[in-house]
Design a protein around this ligand. Structure first.
Ligand code: UT7
Length: 306
């Protein structure tokens, strides 16, 4: 028994902010940002609610399901519109859902944590679950701080998961959290995101490699068997370092951070959507989905597309 991905959808704001534009108000340059992060432009605007609802609607349309078909909404966000209520009930209302709806906050691992939560809910009696990752990070960025302003952006991605008594698309998970590293990446109430970038970078590579190796082992396959790696989109150098240590060529990694920047819990579904649009998702093939972020949290999963 297991879970199936039935449909996907994304939403990004229309407003494109290029590195050039940021260079006009910050002591930075297109060269520095592109070289040190891989980011060239990002989308800014909307809210966790508006972007999440649009991505959710598109995923439901893609899965050919009606609001009454959805039994649970799990919405991953680090940047809810308000502290209370959670964003999920408002998104549910926008989508015509009357099922239970809750937020999950595991920072940039949020989408994978939400999928893991949904898997548990499906195995305990629910038939179909809408999982959304939606972020409005730009609201919590100090736009005069070049350390963070060049990295974070807005966006959303969603998938409809369905219970299958016979088979599964998700073969394994490896999730974790290390709260002793909580102060490395924070946003206080009423404040802005702050980060010890170098230390987060070092730990990110380590936890991605470790969790990916464990997820591969549990799934009973090797890195050579992977057709695709769908990583959290924080920094191209993190993706390069992690894939290199796993013995996977960069050609197998999906990269969209050049266009979207770091959208936290939206980044993995945004990358998935890009891979699908470009015909890189093939039935029967294996992929590694892997995220890490504030907490620190991490989450890797091995999936096989059906
Ligand atoms: O989504 C989850 C978590 N986030 C991440 O995973 C991000 C992890 N960290 C990173 O991606 C990288 O550490 C950064 C992109 C944040 C920084 O890259 P770095 O190569 O580690 O640069 P650095 O912090 O060592 O800074 C190098 C220099 C510094 O100047 P000095 O001290 O050498 O004179 C910085 O002040 O670059 C300077 N700098 C910048 N220069 C131009 C920092 N930010 C900028 C900037 N433009 N935007």
């Amino acid at each position: 028994m297991g879970v199936r991905f039935k449909g996907w959808g994304i939403a990004v704001p229309d407003r494109v902010v290029t590195n050039e534009e940021l260079s006009k108000t910050l002591d930075t340059s297109d060269d520095w940002i592109a070289e040190r992060t891989g980011i060239r432009e990002r989308r800014i605007g909307g809210s966790a609610r508006t972007l999440g609802a649009l991505a959710g609607k598109r995923a439901m349309d893609d899965a050919f399901v009606e609001p009454s078909d959805i039994d649970f909404l799990v919405l991953a966000t680090t940047t809810p519109d308000r502290i209370a209520p959670a964003t999920a009930p408002m998104v549910a209302n926008d989508l015509g859902l009357t099922c239970p709806a809750m937020d999950v906050n595991a920072a940039c691992s949020g989408f994978m944590y939400a999928i893991r939560t949904a898997q548990g809910l499906l195995e305990t009696g629910n038939k179909r679950i809408l999982v959304i990752g939606s972020e409005h990070l730009s609201r919590w960025v100090d736009w005069s701080d070049r350390n963070m302003a060049v990295l974070l952006a807005d966006g959303a991605g969603a998938t409809v998961l369905e219970y299958d008594p016979n088979d599964t698309d998700v073969l394994s998970f490896c999730l974790g959290a290390d709260g002793s590293a909580a102060d490395l990446l924070t946003c206080e109430h009423g404040g802005y995101f702050e980060m010890d970038g170098k230390e987060v970078f070092r730990r990110a590579v380590r936890v991605v490699v470790d969790s990916a190796e464990k997820a591969l082992e549990i799934a009973g396959i090797s890195a050579d068997d992977l057709s695709l790696v769908i990583p959290h989109q924080a920094n191209i150098r993190i993706i390069q370092a992690a894939t290199q240590r796993l013995g996977i060529e960069m050609e197998r990694a999906v990269v969209v951070l050049d266009r979207y920047g770091n959208t936290s819990s939206a980044s993995i579904p945004l990358a998935f959507d890009d891979a699908r649009q470009n015909g890189r998702i093939k039935p029967g093939e294996y992929a590694l989905m892997t995220g890490f972020g504030a907490g620190m949290t991490w989450a890797s999963a091995i999936v096989r597309w059906s």
